[in-house]
Design a protein around this ligand. Structure first.
Ligand code: NAP
Length: 317
């Protein structure tokens, strides 16, 4: 019976993870509702990659009353809060907006979900750990954010833990960087794969980067989305680090992308520009996803090299 169909609500459904998550939930037989920001004229346009079967709702998560009304109307079994200003760089230029979207709105949405008994999954971030001296991080690593993005995510993270302490089903998926061909080119990973594809086609001759030594734990976006779904359906609500446990530098990523198009002497294309260096960037972020592996049976399905190759191939067209 259609009334028995489980329902999910995704905020940030227009983003990289939102589209993959919608695909997975639809494949699982869920009725999927997605919140997207309307255009300035008020119209709601289906974003690229969001399947037709997703019921779209226009809205902004900073409108807490409207978001709570939507949650009450949809009455979902599971809510995935992916809406965020996801750029750390942007959080330095628009800290108040980032606090409102990534922090306050997440907490308001959590309250709305508690009110209807929906399971709540928060897209938390490794940025809550700041610049940790110990690698890898676990669910028990102290929160010590060093940028406005991390601060806002940490506020939401703690609210989720507080709700759980009162018996509510609320989960933080502590996501480490994850990528795909759906990643915007405002992120260094996609900028690299797009530029390398352009160089391979003879349409560009320079890759301009800031720091290349920064090491991140880069995973495959559909894998990280899968971890969130598994966490939502687990019998016990817990926080989970979602990470590959393998670190690579930006330099490694560029090297892998160039290797995929058969260019070995690639550093002749590289130009370093200090304008792209971000303040307080953690030198290394590396996650230990043992809990997700043990409790959820979660395993990454792509290696770093496979992920980079898939992105370069998509950019080669
Ligand atoms: P994304 O592509 O930037 O998607 C975020 C979505 O949030 C966008 O579609 C954006 O809408 C929407 N949004 C922003 N402000 C909003 C508002 N005020 N009201 C409603 N929607 C709003 O990010 P992602 O890569 O899919 O990441 C998903 C979540 O995981 C985010 O919360 C991110 O912070 C977190 N996370 C991601 C990573 C990663 O490596 N990808 C790592 C750690 C944590 P517009 O398209 O209209 O701007």
């Amino acid at each position: 019976m259609s009334s028995a169909r489980r329902r999910a609500l995704i905020t940030g459904s227009a983003g990289q993870d939102g589209s993959y998550l919608a695909e997975q939930l639809l494949a699982d037989g869920y009725a999927v509702h997605g919140l997207v920001r309307p255009r300035p004229d008020g119209s709601v346009v289906r974003p690229e990659f969001v399947p037709d079967a997703v019921v779209l709702h226009g809205g902004d998560v900073t409108d807490h009353a409207a978001t709570a009304a939507l949650v009450a109307e949809v009455n979902p079994d599971e809510v995935y809060n992916l809406a965020a200003i996801s750029s750390v760089a942007r959080s330095w230029t628009e800290p108040d907006l980032v606090r409102a979207v990534n922090g306050d709105a997440a907490i308001a949405l959590l309250d709305a979900c508690v009110a209807v008994g929906a399971r709540f999954v928060q897209a938390s971030s490794a940025e809550i750990f700041g610049a940790p001296t110990q690698n890898p991080q676990t669910e028990d690593t102290p929160l010590a954010p060093t940028n406005p993005y991390g601060e806002a995510k940490a506020a939401a993270h703690e609210a989720v833990q507080a709700a759980r302490a009162t018996g509510k089903f609320a989960v933080n998926a502590v996501l480490y960087n994850h990528e795909s061909p759906r990643r915007p080119n405002t992120f260094v990973t996609r900028k690299i794969t797009q530029t390398v594809a352009a160089i391979a086609r003879g349409e560009a001759d320079e890759l301009v980067l800031g720091t290349t030594s920064v090491r991140r734990d880069w995973g495959w976006a559909p894998d990280h989305v899968d971890a969130m779904v598994r966490a939502a359906r687990h019998d016990v609500a817990q926080d989970y680090v979602v990470a590959t446990g393998v670190g690579h530098s930006v330099h490694d990523l560029a090297a892998a992308a160039f290797a995929h198009v058969g260019i070995s002497d690639w550093e002749r294309f590289l130009r370093i520009d200090q304008a792209y260096v971000r303040p307080n960037d953690a030198p290394v972020l590396l996650g230990d996803a043992s809990r997700a592996r043990l409790d959820l049976g979660w395993v990454p399905t792509r290696t770093f090299e496979e992920m980079v190759a898939e992105m370069v191939d998509a950019d080669l067209g």
